[in-house]
Design a protein around this ligand. Structure first.
Ligand SMILES: [Zn+2]
Ligand SMILES: [Zn+2]
Length: 333
């Protein structure tokens, strides 16, 4: 199965029973069958999605997948225990020096909770996809997901981003061992671990905000940002991390990837009449950033949904000769 690198949510697969998978992972069937009650957040996402589908029905399978994973995240977020052992002053010192938080501390994953999340997400993928993915459970036989190894494997996301994880997975032979391709393995792992990173980010945000941070990568987990918005109230450009969902300000007239400030070498384009969905490009490093203009839309935007709905902009940017940002950004700073 091929998953687009640009839009990791664009999975297509077929529902199968995940009972054997649950047993293999040691989760009880009772746990598995617990329905997550619809929260106000889920209702809000559903309403947003229906608006997108009015304009583009073809996105329905992708949004269904997104919604299923979102529900899993909502259901588990309160159960995830994380601790941030730094004072506000320590964190602000890290931020001033361009050090993201998880380069200073290893995020601890509870292996049992992680397995439950992973099983739930695997079920969503299997249920929402038109292809038969019953071999997805092979994933759990990989030694990387064993109780003793899973911590180290998940922490690789603070070193690699998704495309680099795919490469790493190929290099360590996981594709051969599981019979699954590296994009699918990365997608499932990224989706399941994202909730832990998100919980850590929210814990950090209780201690301090991210106002001191001025980088193209995330202040919390180090992932390079690839999408941003113009904030509705003041038009400020806000980057968002896909893994932990931290948001931070970055000046409009500066490339977040190479820090070029020559406005003659920074420009943006959009498609025909939709000025609210833009591609910001830098002629120095030839990178692009998708930016959704909440001011033009007159509302706060959900960047995850926008990312799915604007895949055409990725295609366009690449056709124009621009690439996703340098993934070794953190090493350059
Ligand atoms: Zn992050
Ligand atoms: Zn640049």
């Amino acid at each position: 199965m091929k998953i687009s690198r640009r839009n990791f949510l664009r999975l297509s697969v077929l529902a199968i029973c995940s009972g054997p998978l649950a047993a293999k992972l040691g989760c009880s069937i009772e746990d598995m069958n617990n329905e997550v009650p619809a929260s106000p957040a889920v209702g809000s996402i559903e309403r947003e999605i229906s608006k997108y589908l009015e304009k583009n029905e073809e996105l329905a399978p992708t949004f269904e997948m997104y919604k299923g994973i979102f529900v899993v995240h909502q259901g588990y977020l309160d159960q995830i225990q994380v601790s941030v052992p730094f004072s506000e002053e320590e964190i602000r010192d890290f931020f001033r020096e361009g050090r993201y938080l998880l380069s200073q501390q290893q995020l601890k994953f509870d292996p049992a909770v992680f397995k439950e999340v992973m099983v739930s997400i695997t079920r969503v993928i299997q249920e929402k996809s038109p292809e038969n993915l019953n071999n997805l459970e092979k994933l759990f036989e990989a030694r990387e997901f064993s109780y003793d190894n899973v911590q180290d494997f998940l922490n690789l996301f603070t070193i690699y981003d998704k495309p680099q994880m795919e490469q790493h997975i190929r290099e360590i032979g996981m594709e051969e061992r599981t019979g699954l391709n590296s994009e699918l393995i990365t997608f499932v792992t990224f989706s399941a671990s994202s909730i832990f990173y998100n919980a850590y980010m929210e814990e950090t945000a209780k201690i301090t905000d991210f106002s001191l941070w001025r980088r193209g990568y995330c202040p919390v987990c180090g992932q390079t940002a690839t999408i941003a918005k113009h904030r509705k109230e003041d038009g400020a450009r806000i980057l968002e991390c896909r893994l932990c969902h931290a948001q931070w300000y970055y000046p409009r007239v500066e490339c977040p990837y190479c820090e070029n400030r020559d406005f003659n070498k920074l420009r943006f384009f959009f498609v025909e009449d939709d000025r609210s969905r833009q591609v910001h490009v830098c002629e120095v490093c030839r990178s692009y950033l998708k930016v959704i203009d909440g001011r033009a839309m007159g509302k706060e935007v959900n960047l995850e949904l926008e990312d799915i709905a604007t895949e055409f902009l990725d295609v366009l940017a690449e056709r124009e000769g621009y690439q996703l940002p340098d993934r070794n950004l953190r090493l350059l700073n």
